[in-house]
Ligand binder design. Structure first.
Ligand SMILES: [Zn+2]
Ligand SMILES: [Zn+2]
Length: 331
């Protein structure tokens, strides 16, 4: 099968003809139809995340059809079923984190497109227990970005509790999806973009934000919570400074540049800084239940599998109008 392979960080992906992966007990062999590109993929390519499996097939927002079912696999998936494969590919179910409902923090987790192969390929294998059925209202390309930007964005959003005045720093793919749920749930939305990016600010207002401005500006009034989707450390003290008492800053990304120091008075009065790591299967079940009700709409730009490097470079250069989706075996 054809796959785009990362042999070493800081190199381009290589188009390779590699053996089709073998389905294991409890697993699925999936014919990939679409795989969305995530900022995490760029972090892996750039060598910003430690110890990726090498050589590696990237991609953890995979939509495909079950081609073969391994022995003893949970009967919830049959040959021909559509399936979504997310970032959390496997957890041991046995460590202190898994046993306390926090499989996203599992000591032995296997992460799709990072520590196990992902979906920049014609086929992939996955543990059926960690796969999702996807809502029928979406076709393959449009549902792909929901598998990470949507799902991990949703986990970030849930950490903001019942915040009425919600700030979002960085209005990229995840923010655009989560903003739709926040508005659906009646939150007041304050969107912060790169200073001077009036086009994105206009887009945020059009979507329903009550205010949009540069990340160097203060919102009108204090925020109950802020989610940071940009991988820019200095946004943490900026967001903290914009919070009301008891407010929370949620860092929604896997990597961020260093966070500068800030005065303790900005953290005082029970303000909180936290991060979101990975996802649990429960996040996925909740998210795929609410997403079609909103309905959350995605914006995508499609690329052929062989164009993965172009997709990554355009993403890096912020040249995309939507989430890049690699289309492999189109349905
Ligand atoms: Zn991701
Ligand atoms: Zn575990």
């Amino acid at each position: 099968m054809r796959a785009m392979v990362l042999e070493k960080p800081r190199q381009s992906l290589q188009l390779r003809d590699v053996p089709k992966p073998k389905v294991r007990a409890g697993g699925l062999l999936v014919r990939v139809s679409a795989c969305a590109v995530c900022r995490t993929d760029l972090h892996v390519v750039d060598g910003e995340l430690p110890d990726p499996k090498l050589p590696l097939i990237l991609g953890h927002q995979i939509v495909g059809r079950v081609e073969e079912v391994g022995e003893g696999t949970d009967p919830q998936f049959k040959v021909g079923d559509r399936v979504g494969i997310p970032w959390l590919g496997w957890a041991d179910g046995d460590c202190a984190y898994c046993r306390s409902g926090r499989e996203n923090l599992c000591d032995n987790a296997r992460l799709t497109g990072y520590t196990i192969n992902g979906g920049y390929a014609e086929f992939t294998v996955a543990d059926a227990r960690f796969c999702f059925h996807l809502p029928d209202r979406y076709h393959d390309v449009e549902v792909a970005p929901l598998l990470c930007a949507g799902l991990i964005g949703y986990r970030s959003y849930r950490k903001t509790g019942h915040a009425r005045r919600l700030g979002i720093y960085g209005f990229g793919n995840a923010a655009h999806l989560i903003a739709q749920i926040a508005l659906y749930e009646g939150r007041d939305l304050f969107v912060f973009t790169r200073p001077g990016d009036t086009a994105t600010q206009q887009a945020a207002k059009k979507l329903g934000a009550v205010w949009a401005g540069g990340s160097d500006e203060m919102p009108p009034g204090k925020l109950d919570a802020a989610i940071i989707f940009a991988s820019v450390g200095p946004l943490v003290p900026a967001a903290l400074h914009a919070l009301a008492k008891g407010g929370i800053v949620v860092c929604g990304g896997i990597h961020m540049s260093d966070i500068p120091s800030f005065p303790y008075r900005d953290l005082w009065e029970e303000r909180v800084i936290t991060s979101v790591a990975n996802l649990t299967r429960r996040d996925g079940e909740e998210f795929f239940e609410i997403a079609p009700r909103v309905p959350v709409k995605t914006k995508t730009e499609t690329f052929a599998l062989e164009q993965a490097n172009t997709a990554l470079e355009e993403f890096r250069a912020a040249g995309l109008k939507g989430t890049a989706v690699l289309v492999t075996n189109a349905n």
